[in-house]
Write a protein that binds this ligand. Structure first.
Ligand code: SAJ
Length: 415
């Protein structure tokens, strides 16, 4: 069985690292969370959080109060090291969206001096195929005394290394951390078995063992599957618009078929995962990933289409006031990464299509790029009301107030 109380170090205290660190701490492990931001470290050590995620505040407070979770900007020795750092994309040569694993490499460098024989290193960040092997290479260079054994059949290793991709849905992270099945890709069998023991100690879901490359691609494929399905829905929304058919009704009816399950159209696809990860597959196998690339292009072009719709409606007014409801990349969160709502709002402002009044109930005064207005003011002033995010607050709006206004509902909250 897994040693009851482990010392666990979690590198990166963002949307994945912080909930994981807190959960492990509440399960009795001694957890050190490490982040490069001193503000994040101070916030967590005072029992508070720096992101919006349901119930995360309660979990973090109880983890910190129990004495089992502490945050720091410097690593320390531990039994298990979990890397949960960002893996964005960046321009490399002619490829504008090449995977950027520099944070993973930097995190590996920073834990290397603290590793001891028998330690387990887990990469949770969504990563291009081969990243776990890259960590093994770096460790072999930095710590030749502790080389992780790559051949998959190896049943022992001086340090153990596995990729266990996170799969949690923002907005439901705490529940999914516990309940989701997990894929565990070991650099060798011994590593997979060791990582499986850790995940079995806090996951109710089943854990499935494979090699690290398959685990890396599985995660990318899950998000690409969703992206392709959303692209299909977004394409249908354009087709329906041309044909004068209500897309929401169409999808509801088509989804009555027992083997059809089309996702929902929207203003585009945002977030740090679905809008990013498919490019990792395209970068690795550009000629073979035609559908995956096209789906990305369909979803990425949707914000432009929405802006053109708004422009056409706004032209009816002399000095149009455009009320934009929501900036986050999806409902009931504060995350603005790759958000199509933010992109659309920026385009409207840049192109001076009217006076833009944006409302986002989940972000604080820290947002300074353009003014954020209370919902009531937006609803009073706007000639054109655009629903960009299906936040709960917007679903409660009394439709009577909108009677005299032009409404563009990209999320189908008023289908
Ligand atoms: N979206 C639509 N239509 C839909 C569903 C989503 O337009 O029917 C949009 C959302 O509004 C948002 C974007 O897609 O802009 C992504 O949202 P999401 O809820 O589909 O996914 P994420 O990015 O919050 O989380 C995904 C999840 N992956 C899958 O469901 C396959 C999650 O399980 C992953 O852990 C996460 O990516 C991740 O971290 O990789």
């Amino acid at each position: 069985m897994y040693k009851k109380q482990q010392q666990i170090l979690v590198m990166g205290l963002g949307y994945i690292g912080l909930p994981t660190a807190s959960l492990l701490a509440t399960k009795g492990h001694k957890v050190l969370g490490v982040d490069i931001s001193i503000d994040v470290v101070d916030t967590i050590n005072s029992g508070n959080i720096h992101i919006v995620e349901p119930d995360l505040d309660i979990l973090v407070r109880s983890a910190v109060n129990s004495g089992n979770l502490r945050a720091s900007i410097t690593p320390d020795v531990a039994d298990t090291f979990i890397l949960a750092v960002p893996t964005p994309f960046r321009k490399v040569g002619g490829n504008p969206r090449a995977p950027d694993i520099s944070y993973v490499e930097a995190a590996t460098h920073s834990i290397a001096p603290y590793l001891r024989e028998g330690n387990l290193v887990i990469l949770e960040s969504t990563s291009p195929v081969g990243t776990t092997e890259r960590i093994a290479e770096i460790l072999a260079e930095l710590r030749p005394d502790l080389v992780p054994s790559i051949p998959i059949h190896k049943t022992s290793s001086s340090v153990y290394l596995a990729h266990c991709p996170e799969r949690v849905l923002p907005g439901h992270i705490i529940r999914e951390l516990v309940d989701n099945d997990r894929i565990i890709g070991g650099i060798n069998r011994a590593s997979a078995a060791k990582a499986q023991e850790l995940y079995s100690s806090f996951c109710n879901g089943t854990t499935f063992i494979t090699d690290s490359r398959t685990a890396e691609l599985a995660k990318l494929v899950e998000n690409s599957f969703r992206d392709v399905n959303i692209a299909f829905a977004n394409e249908l929304s354009l087709i329906c618009d041309r044909l004068g058919i209500n897309v929401w009704e169409l999808l509801e009816l088509a989804n009555k078929h027992p083997r059809v399950n089309i996702l929902q159209p929207g203003p585009g696809v945002g977030g740090h995962c679905i809008a990013v990860d498919p490019w990792f597959i395209v970068s690795a196998a550009p000629e073979e990933s035609r559908l995956i690339r096209l789906a990305r292009e369909v979803n990425d072009s949707k914000p432009n289409w929405v802006v053109e719709k708004i422009r056409a409606k706004a032209e009816r007014f002399k000095n149009p006031v455009i009320g934009c409801l929501g900036l986050a990349f999806k409902a009931n969160i504060d995350d603005l990464r790759e958000s199509p709502a933010l992109e659309i709002t920026r385009m409207l402002i840049r192109e001076n299509i009217g006076l833009v009044m944006s409302c986002e109930p989940n972000i604080s005064e820290d947002f300074r790029e353009f003014p954020i207005y209370p919902l009531a003011d937006v609803l009073t002033e706007a000639d054109v009301v655009v629903v960009l995010v299906d936040h709960d607050e917007f679903k409660q709006i009394d439709r009577e107030i909108l009677k005299e206004k032009v409404v563009i509902d990209t999320r189908g909250i008023w289908r």
